[in-house]
Design a protein around this ligand. Structure first.
Ligand code: SAM
Length: 232
């Protein structure tokens, strides 16, 4: 549920056509069903579907609880992949509990990707919401764009690394991806063609540790998912 869907403590109305379709076609919801509902940015609990037609769904809300925070605070810095991979990476990272994402330019990012309609805020939000819904999470990640590699490394990365351990995922690194971390992390994942050697050097100089995931070279969205699962 979006905060705007809440009419008062005990009643919510969904009018967004995409979510109405999701309720009918994916959840096969019927009047009288009891469902788990999350309020974006807040709590989660049970609700009963009171009415459902093509314009709205009305829910009686029961007691709501807050979800525990994600297992590890991760700021994902993802070199902008092609739109289809971006969609999946955003969805999977969100489902796994990432709450901050920076989309980064690098040499091997196609310039045209920055013009993609998939970067429109509502498109990005659609993928984030799919991840949240999947994981029964309610807290929307923030997504920011870093369209210049150099300004990112000089201005934003030092600030990020003040409070986090920086991990640069790159196949040729000597150190294996650590498991079960407990400290905050900035995780950097390269584009389809990988970071170029100069970029790897700059990121390491800036304070990132290079890590690998073994000899298999994974697609961006697979690497994001595998890395996050390992770190947790
Ligand atoms: N040929 C590119 C290279 O060697 O860097 C492959 C890039 S891979 C398709 C895209 C990104 O996923 C990489 O830049 C890296 O961040 C991550 N990745 C994929 N497989 C990895 C592995 N085995 N170890 C570490 N990172 C990996």
């Amino acid at each position: 549920l979006a905060p705007d869907d809440i009419e008062h403590d005990q009643l919510a109305c969904v009018r967004d056509p995409r979510r109405l379709r999701h309720l009918k076609e994916v959840h096969r919801a019927r009047v009288g069903d009891s469902m788990t509902l999350g309020i974006a940015g807040g709590s989660i609990g049970r609700g009963e579907l009171l009415a459902l037609d093509e314009h709205e769904a009305r829910f009686a809300l029961g007691a709501m609880d807050t979800l525990p925070p994600p297992p590890l605070p991760v700021h994902l810095v993802l070199a902008l992949p092609r739109p289809r991979m971006l969609a999946r990476s955003l969805e999977h990272a969100t489902a796994l509990g990432v709450k901050a994402i920076t989309l980064l330019h690098s040499q091997r990012v196609e310039k045209s990707y920055w013009q993609s309609p998939e970067l429109a805020p509502d498109k990005i939000q659609t993928h984030l919401v799919l991840g949240l819904e999947q994981a029964r999470d309610t807290v929307m990640p923030t997504v920011s764009l870093a369209k210049g590699f150099r300004p990112f490394v000089e201005d934003r990365l030092p600030e990020l690394l003040e409070a986090r351990r920086g991990l640069l995922a790159h196949p040729e690194m000597a150190q294996a991806c650590p498991r079960g971390l407990e400290e905050p992390v900035a995780l950097l994942v390269g584009p389809e063609g990988g970071f170029i050697p100069f970029e790897v050097e700059r990121l390491i100089e800036a304070g990132c540790e290079g890590i690998h995931l073994g000899p298999r070279i994974l697609r961006v969205e697979t690497a994001v998912t595998a890395l996050l699962a390992r770190l947790f």
